[in-house]
Ligand binder design. Structure first.
Ligand SMILES: Nc1ncnc2c1ncn2[C@@H]1O[C@H](COP(=O)(O)OP(=O)(O)OP(=O)(O)O)[C@@H](O)[C@H]1O
Length: 303
């Protein structure tokens, strides 16, 4: 298996009864990346994350963590992973610090790590407050500190900003950037909102109904949202013939409509004259740029 990936799944499938929830899913999460795992509600994100954590069983040879097959190297793989799935497992009657000490005792880790983790997630001043009194954002950050205490290389965060206010969202976002940037962690973070992870993610995987619809660098996703020229004409076949002689990149064609890649205003004028001079009636010519949120909706509504 490719060892440049922190996570690799190969044609992964998963069913709940007769419902296939994960379909032929091949994820490739590069080491050191912040991988935004995106999809609408019910797309199969949590199920996939639970499979990656071996909380749900996959078939052998489908899931690889840092190149090791998960089922046959369960302990070694899990040691490399920290996670926050659904609600963080926090004792409300203990302080943040006590929660972390408790986890250290449980895992046999030196308690010196506690102060470091509190500082990392920005909870030093709230260390002696009961966790039950924490805000939602503070609870999430404590959850991340608990996930990080054993110093895993890979962090799986399932919708960590769910229910947080804008400040809480920014705090989690900055924490992820710091963890990947300064501490070299690989982070897989799920969300149903592209906007929430757009600024943090280096890579993106988009799923819907258990199927992977897009996977790549965030820049590649941005490229898909580059502007196009839409030309409304009386005869699209004739227009296509004429435009194809110019070397223009034809993107799509429909009855009365041709879409080509936008390369500049001058070219746009040139295409217009060329069509008119060759007997094609141009009703309208304009550019259109999809913002990422629309692109995401487009991608996820196609299947
Ligand atoms: N334990 C279960 N038993 C049966 N079906 C389940 C179970 N858990 C999840 N599902 C179904 O599997 C599908 C995927 O759910 P999953 O929670 O993985 O999606 P998700 O992308 O994480 O969605 P959300 O953003 O709402 O959490 C849904 O149709 C859900 O109803």
């Amino acid at each position: 298996m490719n060892t440049s990936f922190a996570i690799e799944t190969v044609g992964l499938n998963y069913r709940f009864g007769s419902q296939t929830v994960v379909k032929d899913l091949s994820l490739q999460v590069p080491k050191g990346s912040i991988y935004g795992f995106l999809g609408p509600n019910g797309a199969g994100k949590t199920t996939t994350i639970k499979i990656l954590l071996n909380l749900l069983q996959s078939s052998s040879d489908k899931v690889f963590i840092f190149g090791k097959e998960l089922n046959s190297n369960r302990t070694a793989c899990l040691k490399q992973m920290g996670s926050l799935v659904e609600q963080p497992a926090i004792y409300a009657h203990l302080t943040g610090k006590e929660n972390l000490i408790n986890r250290c005792i449980l895992l046999g880790i030196n308690q010196r790590k506690v102060a470091e983790m509190l500082a990392l997630v920005g909870l030093t001043s709230a260390a002696n407050k009961k966790a039950g009194k924490y805000s939602l954002g503070m609870k999430q950050r404590l959850g991340i500190a608990l996930a990080l205490i054993a110093d895993p290389e890979l962090l799986l965060l399932d919708e960590p900003t769910n229910g947080l206010d804008p400040n809480g969202i920014i705090e989690i976002r900055n924490l992820m950037i710091e963890l990947a940037g300064k501490h070299g962690k690989t982070i897989l973070v799920s969300s149903h909102l592209l906007a929430e992870i757009e600024r943090t993610a280096t890579h993106v995987g988009i799923i819907n109904k258990g199927e992977l619809l897009f996977q790549g660098k965030i820049n590649e996703l941005h490229d898909l949202s580059k502007p196009v020229i839409k030309i409304e004409v009386d005869d699209s076949a004739a227009a296509l013939n004429i435009l194809s002689t110019t070397g223009a990149e034809i993107i799509d064609m429909d009855e009365g409509l041709v879409k080509i890649a936008y390369t500049g205003k001058a070219e746009m004028g040139k295409y217009n004259s060329l069509l008119v001079n060759n007997g094609v009636t141009v009703y309208a010519i304009y550019t259109e740029k999809k913002d990422l949120e629309h692109l995401f909706l487009d991608i996820t509504s196609k299947n």
